[in-house]
Design a protein around this ligand. Structure first.
Ligand SMILES: *Cc1c(COP(=O)(O)O)cnc(C)c1O
Length: 353
C-alpha cells in the first residue's frame, strides 16, 4: 500500500536557494535577503526579552503585532492578518479559499511556491504566460475560469511592476479572490493597500523578510476585508506565530523610517549595479525589486553561475523555460556589489569576452 498521498508523491518539493552554514564567508546574493541588519529597535527588543515569557503560549492572534501594523499603515486592525512568514499565508489561502474543484491562476514565471502549494493541496492551476518582457498582462486572466488569482507585484524573477489602475481594474472585473503578493513593494512600487477598502475580494500580502531584514523571524502579514481575515483566522494553526517573532516584528514596524532608509539604499544600489552590469555586457529589464534578472550577450548563465559559486559568490540560476540563460542577482551592500563585479570581470576575461 502506498503510504504517501498520490499528489504529494508526484509533486516536486519547493527548491530554496542555497543556504551556506552560519559564519561561512560568502557573498550571498541568491535569496533576496536584505544585506542590512534589522532596526536597532529589534536588537533592543531581543536584549529586553524576559525568558520567563516563553513559558506561556503566545497570543493566538498576535493582537500587539496586528495593532502595531494597523497603526503603521493607518488601517483598522480587523483588516490585518499575521502569519508565520507570508509563505504560511500563501498555504492558508489554498486551504481557506479554494474548493477541491477550484482553479488558481498565477503568472509564469513567478514565485515558484504558488505552484508547489497548488500541487500540495491538489488544486488545479493555470500558469498564465507573462509578456516577452516578463510583464504581467492582467486582461489575460479574465480569459480563464478560476476561483483565485495570485499575482506577485513586483513579480520575480524580473521585478516587473503592475500599476494600481491595472490591479484595481482586475479586482473589479474578477469575480473571485485576487491576491497581490507585495513581498518587494517597498523597493519602489506603489502598494495596492488603498484598494482594499474598495474591493472585498482583494487580499494584499506583505512580509517582514525582505524590506524589514527579518527573514529569520518568519513573519508575514496580509491586508483584506474583515471577512477574509476572519476566515484565515479559522484555518491557521492556533499559535501560528512565536512570541519572540511577534515581538521582533512589532519592534521593526514601529521603526518604519529605518526600513524606508534601508530600502532607499537598496534601490540606489540596484540602479548602480544595473548600470555597471550593462557596462560588462549584461542586459536586464528595469526591476522594482531588490534583485535583477540578467543575461550576458555572449557567456552562458550556467557557466557564470558555476564560476561565481567557485569564488563563494552565490546568485540564483533557474534552469527552466524562459530563464535558462539568465541569473537572478539580489542587491547587496556596495562592498558585495564590488566583489561581484570584480569576479564577473575575471570570469568574462578568462572566457575571452
Ligand atoms: C520572499 C518571498 C516571499 C516569502 O516571504 P516569507 O515571509 O519569508 O515567507 C513571499 N512571496 C514572494 C514573492 C517572495 O519573493
Amino acid at each position: 500500500m502506498q503510504l504517501v498521498k498520490k499528489n504529494v508523491a508526484l509533486m516536486d518539493a519547493y527548491v530554496p536557494g542555497y543556504q551556506p552554514g552560519r559564519g561561512e564567508r560568502v557573498v550571498k546574493l541568491n535569496t533576496n535577503e536584505n544585506p542590512y541588519p534589522p532596526s536597532p529597535a529589534v536588537q533592543k527588543a531581543l536584549r529586553d526579552l524576559d525568558p520567563r515569557e516563553l513559558r506561556l503560549y503566545p497570543d493566538p492572534v498576535a493582537r500587539g503585532l496586528r495593532s502595531a501594523i494597523a497603526r503603521a499603515y493607518g488601517v483598522p486592525a480587523e483588516n490585518v492578518f499575521c502569519g508565520n512568514g507570508s509563505d504560511e499565508i500563501i498555504g492558508l489561502i489554498f486551504r481557506t479559499f479554494l474548493e477541491p474543484d477550484g482553479i488558481v491562476l498565477f503568472p509564469y514565471p513567478t514565485y515558484s511556491l504558488y505552484r508547489t502549494q497548488a500541487e500540495l493541496h491538489d488544486i488545479r492551476y493555470k500558469a498564465v504566460e507573462t509578456a516577452p518582457d516578463f510583464r504581467i498582462r492582467t486582461a489575460d486572466y479574465l480569459d480563464y475560469p478560476g476561483q483565485v488569482i495570485v499575482l506577485a507585484n513586483p513579480n520575480p524573477p524580473a521585478g516587473t511592476l503592475l500599476s494600481l489602475a491595472e490591479l484595481g481594474g482586475l479586482a473589479a472585473a474578477w469575480p473571485g479572490l485576487l491576491v497581490v503578493d507585495e513581498a518587494y513593494i517597498d523597493f519602489g512600487g506603489e502598494s495596492a493597500l488603498p484598494l482594499v477598502a474598495r474591493h472585498a475580494n482583494l487580499l494584499v500580502l506583505r512580509t517582514f523578510s525582505k524590506s524589514f531584514s527579518l527573514c529569520g523571524a518568519r513573519v508575514g502579514y496580509a491586508f483584506g476585508d474583515a471577512a477574509l481575515v476572519r476566515a484565515l483566522d479559522k484555518t491557521k494553526d492556533s499559535y501560528n506565530l512565536a512570541y519572540l517573532n511577534q515581538l521582533l516584528a512589532a519592534a521593526a514596524v514601529n521603526d518604519y523610517a529605518y526600513m524606508e532608509e534601508t530600502a532607499r539604499r537598496i534601490m540606489a544600489g540596484r540602479e548602480s549595479l544595473r548600470e555597471k552590469l550593462a557596462g560588462l555586457g549584461f542586459e536586464s529589464p528595469p526591476s522594482y525589486g531588490n534583485f535583477l534578472l540578467v543575461e550576458h550577450g555572449r557567456l552562458g548563465a550556467a557557466l557564470i553561475h558555476r564560476e561565481l559559486a567557485r569564488r563563494r559568490i552565490f546568485v540564483r540560476y533557474f534552469n527552466e523555460r524562459r530563464l535558462a540563460n539568465k541569473l537572478r542577482i539580489s542587491v547587496g551592500t556596495p562592498e558585495d556589489m564590488d566583489e561581484l563585479l570584480a569576479a564577473l570581470r575575471d570570469i568574462l576575461a578568462a572566457n575571452g569576452c
